[in-house]
Design a protein around this ligand. Structure first.
Ligand code: TMP
Length: 206
């Protein structure tokens, strides 16, 4: 899908450090930058996020369709209008998360995920995606050490989180042009520098 902006997404297992990095990257980039997240980013999508994260049990298909509904609203109301006006949009998780979480973790057929993603995004694909990779046991420990209450997904088994990581690694392998795998065990400043360099290279600013 053609637009006038630049669309960056950050992905990774729980506790990989996306949120810190996304705000630092936004500060480092010149120009008009919008930072947003999934599920979320618009009033409808944030309400869906609350349902998605707070209900203790949820069927796999329900997860997929809720995420898709939140994404459809987010793309239509916020992401596309901003890209069309020439902004850089930085999004904390997007369609690759659905492959990792609803595909690899929940076992939903990847072809079906692709179809649903296409409906929800209208064909919008990130210009660059960073996957912050680390063993889930480290990420989960970081989450447990923080003051934030754990979500139902963060409380799932290590096995479940290992499947999420496997999904992200498969995405990185399948699309090396778009997707950059970053070692999230590096220190925060080094990761930040990688993100800035790769983004500028891709934006042909260097
Ligand atoms: P966050 O905590 O990184 O903001 O993400 C919220 C949770 O939503 C996280 O546990 C991953 C999950 N999620 C999915 O399961 N599928 C998706 O497509 C997205 C975007 C998020």
């Amino acid at each position: 899908m053609k637009h006038n902006g630049f669309f960056i997404t950050l992905e990774g297992v729980e506790g990989a450090g996306k949120t810190t990095q996304i705000h630092r990257l936004a500060e480092a980039l010149d120009g008009d930058v919008l930072v947003t997240r999934e599920p979320g980013g618009t009033p409808v999508s944030e309400q869906v996020r609350d349902i998605f994260l707070s209900e203790p049990t949820m069927a796999a298909t329900t997860e997929l369709l809720l995420i898709a509904a939140a994404r459809a609203q987010h793309v239509t109301e916020l992401i596309l209008p901003n890209l069309n006006s020439g902004k850089i949009v930085l999004c904390d998780r997007f369609s690759d998360a659905t492959i990792a979480y609803q595909g690899y973790r929940k076992g939903i057929d990847l072809k079906l995920i692709e179809q649903v993603n296409r409906i929800a995004t209208g064909g919008l694909v990130p210009d660059i995606t960073f996957i912050l990779d680390l063993p889930p046991e480290i990420g989960l420990q970081r989450k447990r050490d923080s003051d934030e209450p754990l979500t139902r997904l963060e409380l799932e088994t290590l096995e479940s989180h290992k499947k999420v990581r496997e999904g992200y690694l498969a995405v990185a392998k399948a699309e090396p042009q778009r997707v950059k795998l970053i070692n999230a065990q590096l220190d925060v400043d080094t990761i930040h520098q990688h993100l800035v360099n790769e983004t500028k290279k891709r934006m042909q600013l260097l």
